[in-house]
Design a protein around this ligand. Sequence first.
Ligand code: NAD
Length: 526
Amino acid sequence: MKKVIIPTALDSIAKDTLEKHGGYVVIQLPKCDLAQVLRDNPDTHALIVRSEKVDAAMLDSCPGLKVIVRAGAGYNTIDIRHARKNGIDVMNTPGANSNAVAEEVIALLLADARHLVPADASCRAGKWEKSSFMGRELSGKTIGIVGLGHIGQLVAKRLAGFEVKLLGYDPFISADKAQSLGVTLTTLPELFAAADAVTLHLPENDETRGMIGTSLLGAMKPGATLVNCARAGILDEAALRAAKAANPTLRFLNDVYAKDAEGPKSIADVADIMLPHLGASTHESNHKAALLAAQELIDRDDKGITSAVVNRDIPAGLDPAFARLANIVARLCRVLLGEAASPRLVEARIYGELKPFSDWLLTPVAAALAPDYDTSLDRRHTLAFLAEKGIDYLDRPVDETKKYTSSFTLDITANTAARTLAKASVRGTVEEGNLLISRINDFDKLYVEPSGPFVAFTYDDRPGVLGRIAATLAEAGHNIEDVRNPHSPSDNTSLALLKLDKPASDELVAKIAALISSRHALHIVF
Ligand code: NAD
């Protein structure tokens, strides 16, 4: 059993999902001294945190720790470099709370433009100061978005309905993507000088810390608004104070602080609206982030899917669907070979756009080959781990003339119980986000989606076999959801591959295998 500690009031769906999956003991402590908890639980496998600080000393005190999942986007509260040094993967759940933050930005802009906070207080106090609260409209204004990632892009989409002109700055976004969002890309100085409102959506890192400083803030128009719902560290507070002194009509709307804690805030004198870091504080985003955190942990532990890891040198663009595909292809090869077979040689062929990710596809393959594999191992250690089990893993050159776009083929040669060699070969691909198995051994062009329970039988080709399989499944109360039945004329074999509504029992598969004299029978739940 792997011990998981959730030292925060995260939505209970994380705990429930891990417990339902099995293999995890989850301790959730909505309020605790995390440093003490880690010292008391040195065998903790994973931590799921929100904005709790995790420093080097805490990491050193917990030698069993393998994973930290940040249920949220920003991970500047975690010492990710020290975590890497200790072999700990840090993962985040980007996107889970993006909509909550994007809506908060719009709430702040509108609340400020229409004086909602002071007007409510005044009206409540029995006053009628209508003329003091003359507002402004968003429509027709120019809004600058700095950082067009998950949140910045959603802000652009949500603002589109207000008929504003959108400017954007993000060196990592393509012009096509910006155009599809209705955003005109520009330089940072031009954006600050032209915008009626600027909203910040950058990560805090060595490059962005203090990035919004004197010259940018000094260039803002009178009456312009700056919104920071990203991270306090990206904004130079002293420069903002000076800019407000020089340009008193500048507005500043803030959600983020150097430290999330009670007590006076240094930014208070320059903030026109300040919130206690409420960006992600919606029921919906808490639920989404908690669920995703649990699913990512399970995928990493069971399948070696590391696409959400932020402290390994993973090349940008690795779609988790491909890591999932590599795991499924390897599992299917294992099932084809049978439980008693011991893999000896694993040959991967990685085609098209997937090629740069060969190192990262090894992890999900190794996870399928060996249940005791530690998915935090890098390529070198993974190869050594497999070699210790007598398995050679090779990335084979591919036949470029085949022009496969992004596909992954695995050939596994294994020793069988009868001390003979057996081979399984499976190819898969991802089309429009859907995983597809395109070939199993000699049966090509299958294009079947590996999800849910399947049964498969190979048999000497002759009429009527598929009908007998279907009738026996129906008698046992199974509904068939999908079928492939290709032939291999070279050895007169057919494959019946059927997707079922629920998993078939060992007895039922054995009964059908005997009935049709199948050469090979298997069942698998993807
Ligand atoms: P993201 O990683 O999806 O997007 C960040 C974007 O910034 C990326 O597109 C990246 O290309 C861009 N970027 C990086 N360095 C840059 C630079 N030097 N100049 C310009 N652009 C640069 O992140 P996200 O999920 O959109 O989060 C954005 C920020 O919001 C983060 O700081 C995160 O911590 C913060 N956040 C705040 C709250 C809150 O409660 N207020 C909640 C969630 C996230």
